[in-house]
Design a protein around this ligand. Structure first.
Ligand code: BES
Ligand code: ZN
Ligand code: ZN
Length: 501
């Protein structure tokens, strides 16, 4: 979808649909907008006939009896104007775009002229509308030989003439974030037979070439030379060999030591290995690289926006499969950090790849603060559902930054404690650590504690996105499949770190 900003004096209504927002008191959101006579009469009639209460989420679409565009009016309720929030605007934009797509509308416009009477900053509103319109318009259709559905092609946003520059900038950022999120969704939705580790690496390289960041890909032999033993164990059963993907963006060369480390879990498929998953739990396991998708998307957005910060991102990409060459429950394996691990479950594989990735990013890449995103435990999904991401952190200041990024992005998080005492559950008589405590332990926390053992001195935050990375069904600005969660949070984290330096 193309989103264009227009000065109100230069806009000539060439779109199919005019979008209006109305509150419960009957006041239009953009109150200075010049409405033509047809539109005014129609809004008045709808109010009189009580078809337009202005209740939040209510949508009313009607034809205007005329031959010129726009010939349709969509009026959306924003509820009580003092209760309006960014999240409500996201939901409302999602509902509007989905309604327009259902009606096979190609283009629409919305005016935000004179909407300053609402408490929210109007330029931010424009950014959020743009971002969410792109998210709501997204569907994964690549493998359909016939697709009857329709997607909007154009949204025009009209602003007061003197605000044009600010609007242009905000909408450009919104579009950037929307597109980077849908590119992350595309990667998640790509099935595991197509997106093998080498393909994920190629996708990162393509993004690097397009948005100007550096990408190095290491093959199996090179990963062995680096010493990432645990990572290699996880990929050993697979025919498709692993890849270590290292991405670098340097937007602040004056502070070349200040490097943020991003890590994304990159299991292109997780069958569970010999600790095989039940068949129903396997179906969506192409999503086990959602952390990697968010990280690649974020690198693209950060480089595109030329943020003043330095990021190194790492994805240890592999497949967790079943074969005679694979690792087994009971094996004792090595790690890059030198600790030994006794495998209690081959399905607790993500933490093994991440243990090596966190060690690598600190020791080989010099990252000073690290964040990992991983579809790590079913327990995170059970505890917090699909709207809130679990975060564990070993450093309060770093967590505060993550929280601020969460607020800016609208991606909700909840801090979970790394309970020291639970480390006992990962103790073994024969190795330094167990990779799991079995089915009944506090599994979400144990996942965090395990990774934390490999990054003892560097501020680190771990996001368990197992619940939030996948949508089972359609909702306001999501469609079934990958959500792209974490991409926007990472972008704002990078932006905050740029402002701090
Ligand atoms: N990739 C899974 C976690 C997962 C579950 C992601 C559901 C997305 C949706 C992970 O590798 C896994 O299998 N975790 C185990 C850990 C257990 C063996 C300690 C789990 O959560 O059951
Ligand atoms: Zn697993
Ligand atoms: Zn997994």
């Amino acid at each position: 979808m193309n989103i264009t900003v227009w000065k109100s004096t230069e806009y000539h209504e060439a779109s199919d649909v005019h979008i209006l927002w109305i509150d419960e008191g009957g006041e239009l959101f953009a109150r200075d907008e010049q409405l033509d006579q047809d539109t005014q009469t129609m809004v008045q009639m709808l109010r009189e006939d009580q078809e337009l209460s202005g209740k939040f989420g209510e949508i009313c679409v009607t034809n205007l009896v005329r031959s010129t565009k726009p010939r349709k009016l969509l009026v959306a309720g924003i509820g009580q104007k003092q209760e309006l929030s960014f999240e409500k605007i996201r939901k409302l934009t999602g509902k509007i775009v989905k309604e327009l797509n259902k009606r096979k509308t190609q283009s629409a416009y919305i005016s935000l002229v004179g909407a300053e009477h609402i408490d929210l900053p109007i330029v931010e509103v424009a950014k959020i509308v743009s971002e969410t319109a792109i998210l709501a318009n997204y569907r994964f259709t690549k493998y359909l030989s016939q697709d009857e559905s329709s997607q909007m092609e154009r949204l025009d946003i009209v602003c007061a003439d003197e605000q044009e520059a600010e609007f242009q900038q905000a909408v450009a950022e919104g579009v950037l974030l929307g597109k980077a999120t849908t590119s992350a969704r595309d990667l998640v939705n790509e099935p595991a037979n197509a997106l093998v580790p080498a393909k994920l690496a190629e996708a990162a390289q393509q993004a690097g070439a397009e948005y100007s960041f550096d990408v190095t890909v290491y093959n199996e032999g090179q990963i062995e030379e680096i010493g990432m033993k645990a990572f290699l164990e996880v990929g050993k059963a697979a025919i498709n060999p692993p890849r270590l993907i290292v991405m670098k963006y340097r937007g602040n060369p004056q502070k070349s030591d200040e490097i943020l480390g991003f890590i994304g879990k990159g299991l292109t498929y997780d069958s569970g290995g010999l600790s095989l998953k039940p068949k129903d739990s396997m179906i969506n396991m192409k999503e086990d690289m959602a952390g990697a998708a968010a990280v690649i998307g974020a690198m693209s957005a950060i480089a595109r926006a030329k943020l003043r910060t330095n990021i190194t991102a790492v994805v240890a990409a592999c497949e967790n499969m079943v074969s005679a060459t694979g690792y087994r429950p009971g094996d004792i394996i090595g790690t890059m950090a030198g600790k030994s691990v006794m495998i209690k479950s081959t399905d607790a594989e993500g933490r093994l790849t991440l243990a090596d990735a966190v060690h690598y990013i600190v020791h080989n890449e010099g990252a000073k603060r690290v964040i990992d995103l991983a579809t790590l435990t079913g327990a995170a999904a059970r505890a917090l559902g699909n709207l809130v991401t679990a975060v564990m952190a070993n450093d309060d200041d770093w967590y505060q930054q993550v929280e601020q990024a969460s607020r800016l992005s609208g991606e909700r998080i909840c801090r979970i404690p790394l309970v020291e005492e639970y480390k006992d559950l990962l103790k073994s008589d024969v190795a330094d650590l167990l990779n799991s405590a079995g089915a009944n332990g506090p599994n979400m926390i144990l996942g965090g504690l395990f990774i934390g053992e490999f990054i003892p001195e560097t501020p680190w935050a771990h996001l368990d996105i197992a619940g939030t990375s996948w949508a089972e069904k359609e909702s306001d600005y999501l469609s079934p499949g990958g959500t792209g969660v974490g991409m926007r949070l990472l972008y704002y984290l990078a932006k905050l770190s740029g402002q701090e330096q």
